[in-house]
Structures are given as C-alpha cells and as structure tokens.
Write a protein that binds this ligand. Sequence first.
Ligand SMILES: [Zn+2]
Length: 343
Amino acid sequence: MDIKTYPWQTELLASLNALRNRLPNGILLYGPRGIGTFEAACAFAASLLCTSAGPDGRPCGQCKGCRLFAADTHPDVRYIVSEFECAAHGMEFAMPETNAEKKTLTREILIGQTRELGEYFSLKSNEGGVRVVIVYPADKIRSEAAASLLKNLEEPPENTIFILVSDEIDRVLATIRSRCRLIRAKAPSREEALAWLKTQGVDNAEQKLTEAAGMPLSALAQDPRYAMSEEGKRKILAVLAKGTQATPADAISAVDKDMTIAAAALIFSRWAWDLASVRAGSSARYFPDYEDSLRQAAQAASSEGIYQWINSVRDVRRAAEHTLNAKAIIEAVLLSYARCLAK
Ligand SMILES: [Zn+2]
C-alpha cells in the first residue's frame, strides 16, 4: 500500500498522531466518500509501524517498517477490505469467491475475511511492536463477519489496534461504533480541493469538482486520463491475450500515443487480478471474454513469473503520477508480460 496523504488532512493526521502514545483498541475514522479517509487510515497505520516517524507522526518512508508496509508485506498489518474497495484502491483482494456466476465486485466484508484474524492473533507480533487491522468499509460488514469483529473489539488481543473507516457513519452498527474512538475526517474547502486538483493537472477542475459534489478524489477519478477508449482497451487486451506469442511490434502498435499510464495501469491490474483468480480456480471477473487466454497463461506460467509481472504493474501504477514517456512505459509492461509468462 502506497503511503499517501492529502493537504487538507493536516488536522486529521494531527488528531490521529495525538493518540499514538495511548492507543485505543479501536478507532473509527469517518467522513464523506472521495476525500482520502482510507488513505489517511493507512498512513496512520504505517506511522505506527515506522521506527523513526517524524514529530508530526509522518512515516519516514525509509525504515524497514515503512518499506515492508509499502510493499504490502508487513507481517503486522492486516487489511479487512471489501473486494470493491480493493479494486478501487489498487489492492489485491486475497479471497476471490469460487462462485463462477458472480459478475460484480462484492461491496461487503465477508466472514472469511474476519475469520482469518483468528490465526493472525494466535501469533506474536513479528516486529515486536503494535499490530494493526484496517477495516473498510465499516458500514458494510455482513452480520456474521460483524459478530466476529465485535468479539475482537470487545476482547482485543494485546498490542493490537483496529482502524475502521466508514463513508457512511450512520450505517455502522451501534455496537461497533461504541467500541471505537470516533474521529471525523472533514472534506476540504472548495479552494483547497481546487488547488489540489490543479496540481494533479486536471483540466476544467471547477466543473469536475462541482459534479463530484466537492469531493476532490471523486473529481480526479472522473478525469479522462483514467478512462480509455473501447478501441484502445481492445488493442491492449489483444496483446495480453497473445501471452508469450506477443512481439515488440504487437506492443508498439497496440499503444496509442495519447494513452495514459493511469488508464493502462488500471487494465493491467485488472488483468493481473483475473489471472490470479483463474489460477486459484475461480472465474475471470473483469475480462470474462478472455477467460481462455487467462487460463492458458495461468497454466503455463510459474507463480513466480506471474507475481513478478504483478509487481511490475504495481511499479507502473506508482509511476503514473509522474509520467515521462507513457507510451514506452506501457509497451514495456506489455512485453514484460510475455517474458514473465515464459519463465
Ligand atoms: Zn519509517
């Protein structure tokens, strides 16, 4: 998980930081959707696992804790995040359901996800410090899962903090809410939101912000840089479907010069999730029309090769914010797919 915070979160991060020396068992962060509250929760989690956080609580980004956190391999953090929000935040959903008929992403937290916590808590924290569980969305937890989460909140394992995030505080179970310290994330002022959108290079920021009801991340998500034409998408998928047969010439002709890394990275991540899902015996969720190609690739490739490619997709998603040569970068990812499969 990349560590990301936004300029309007100074006060929020300070309130969180003020808790660090006497952590409650549970914190419930709430605010409207589209202002980065989940990201703030993750940044706070990272700062708790950082061994040299700054006086304002910001994680240093350099220590072992920060590096493990950024690589999604920190042993003392668990994400209980719905499949839908995993996709929205570029995270891998660890528990694809083996229901072949299902065509939409699950918005709720499932019992299997909270059940995993039992095993996690039966072990000691690896790095000897605090353990963190991030739960999102706290307002969409299936009842059995909520019961098991509540039990953990009532009898919390030692040195463990639950950070819950909700976009709809009114829908959070009262029993869960009453076990948590409530912290409100405020939406930025219109000026703050506009200033930030401009630094992100969004055209027509005023109108987009209005359409997104003043929520800057929702406005950014509508940016055409994140969209791709059907034709562009079809061309990229055709190269991925070719697998090890794809040539440099295929990659070059598939990538239009105005294609953005952000849009391509979205397709690549979804392809990667489908590949992992098919490999685990489930069906393709995003690209069911390409299931045969995905299955062939999943059977032929080594898991090492697949994970290598998933990692390079993750690196590209990070690069999306400071684009140099988008076309060359997208072509390189397409070609590395063929290479990783061949391993
Ligand atoms: Zn650090």
